[in-house]
Design a protein around this ligand. Structure first.
Ligand code: HGY
Ligand code: MN
Ligand code: MN
Length: 416
């Protein structure tokens, strides 16, 4: 198993990787994305799997006839955040192929169709909306809404897709495809340290290599547009300024305080300034807020508090403010039946020791699909908890334990 895992990891590792930082830039419908897609197709065809790209640009590799229905599907995404890590997404896709290899090695007899999937544009790094491929397929995003997306250079999603050879007019819900899926299981590197610090059960010390997801926090992205008045940095008196940078800076600090008070999370990680000159007071400052909370009421309260603080400060600065929600995912509670079936399978394979069940604040395609098909997630230990960073890492033994666990649950779901 480790040989095929390593071979896949090595062949994927260099695609879209920045030689300076070691981080990844695999954005939707770019050259790096095309290279990832070619990689996926080669892995599928090397295994004799039936390869297809669906109307929304998601890639599927089938073992067995999809039309038979009740398919067991596993996979994740290959795109990244700007300067992201190697594991977020790819670990789930590589592990899916490796788990299939392992089932074949075991001589498993497949009673249902099985597929490996790569969902397109999960991170929304280029067009701002998370999980575009799975949202379109689930009908949570319309073709018209997708066509309205544009990147920071003004390129629309349809233009980018056409340049990449994919028909943007084909976009849309795919209920027939979803109706053929009996279960979707996504393996993902944990984006936190819950598994690394999981209390031991006496026989073993703390920590566990693999866990099962219970829920995903509600979360979203809001764009704050602060419009002031461009002017000369060297000649404009302080009292004469309408400086949007001040309003933005105060809002960033207010976001941190609101989140702290509410036991939630709020991050301004992306900002765009016009005209962005050292000696010019900005005319416009655009800041993107990512906020998440354990429940919807908490999220609503945090975002409302941040927006209130932003409006108060903008008014004081003589600055106009528009706030636009660009992405939102409601709370996801993974279905207990599939979750408990996975927990039972993994406990049986671990001499009865229970596998951790844990929630997360990170969004995933499994969360989007959970409204349409039975979905579950497996997490692989991340010893530092760091993610969305070149420093993201998971130990080789834990990655292989994840493949074994995924093979075990797929065997339980798809094989007789
Ligand atoms: O932002 C997220 O939670 C995920 O990485 N898309
Ligand atoms: Mn991510
Ligand atoms: Mn991810």
């Amino acid at each position: 198993m480790s040989a095929t895992f390593h071979a896949m990891w090595a062949s994927l590792r260099t695609i879209g990787r920045d030689p300076g930082t070691g981080g990844y830039r695999r954005y939707a419908w770019t050259g790096a994305d095309a290279d990832c897609r070619l990689w996926f197709r080669m892995q599928a065809e090397a295994r004799g799997l039936e390869y297809e790209t669906d109307r929304n640009g998601n890639q599927w590799a089938w073992l067995g006839d999809p039309a038979a229905g009740d398919a067991v599907v596993t996979g994740s995404h290959l795109d990244s955040v700007p300067d992201g890590g190697a594991f977020d997404g790819p670990l789930g896709v590589v592990s899916a192929f490796a788990a299939l290899d392992e089932l074949r090695r075991r001589g498993a007899r497949f009673a249902k169709p099985l597929a490996v999937v790569n969902f397109g544009d999960e991170e929304g790094a280029r067009f701002g909306l998370a999980c575009v491929g799975s949202r379109l397929t689930a009908g949570a995003l319309t073709k018209e809404q997708a066509h309205a997306l544009r990147d920071g250079d003004g390129v629309t999603l349809p233009q980018a897709m056409e340049r990449a050879g994919h028909d943007p007019d084909a976009l849309g819900a795919d209920p027939e495809r979803l109706a053929r899926i009996g279960a979707f299981v996504e393996l993902h590197v944990e984006q936190g340290r819950a598994l690394d610090t999981w209390p031991g059960d006496g026989a073993d010390g703390p920590g566990a290599p693999v866990g099962i997801a219970s829920a995903i926090w509600p979360h979203g992205r809001w764009r704050f547009d602060f419009r002031g008045e461009a002017n000369h940095a060297g000649t404009t008196r302080l009292q004469d300024r309408r400086d949007p940078m001040l309003s933005y800076a105060a809002t960033v600090l207010a976001a941190r305080e609101q989140a702290r008070l509410a036991g939630a999370l709020a991050t301004f990680g992306k900002v765009a300034v016009e005209p962005n000159g050292v000696n010019a007071i900005p005319s416009l400052v655009r800041g993107w807020l990512d906020s998440r909370a354990p429940d919807q009421a908490g999220l609503d309260a945090v975002v409302a508090g941040i927006e209130r603080a932003a409006r108060d400060r903008a008014a004081a600065d003589g600055v106009d403010l528009d706030v636009v929600r660009e992405s939102f995912t409601p709370v996801v509670e993974f279905g207990h039946a599939l979750r408990d079936e996975l927990a039972k399978t993994l406990a049986e394979r671990a001499d009865g020791r229970p596998v951790p069940v844990l929630g997360t604040g990170a969004g995933h395609d499994a969360g989007i699909l959970s409204g349409s098909v039975p979905t579950a997630m497996l997490f692989v230990r991340n010893p530092t908890g760091v993610s969305h960073s070149p420093a993201e890492h998971a130990a080789e033994d834990d990655c292989l334990a994840g493949v074994t666990a995924l093979a075990d649950v797929l065997e339980g779901l798809a094989c007789r």
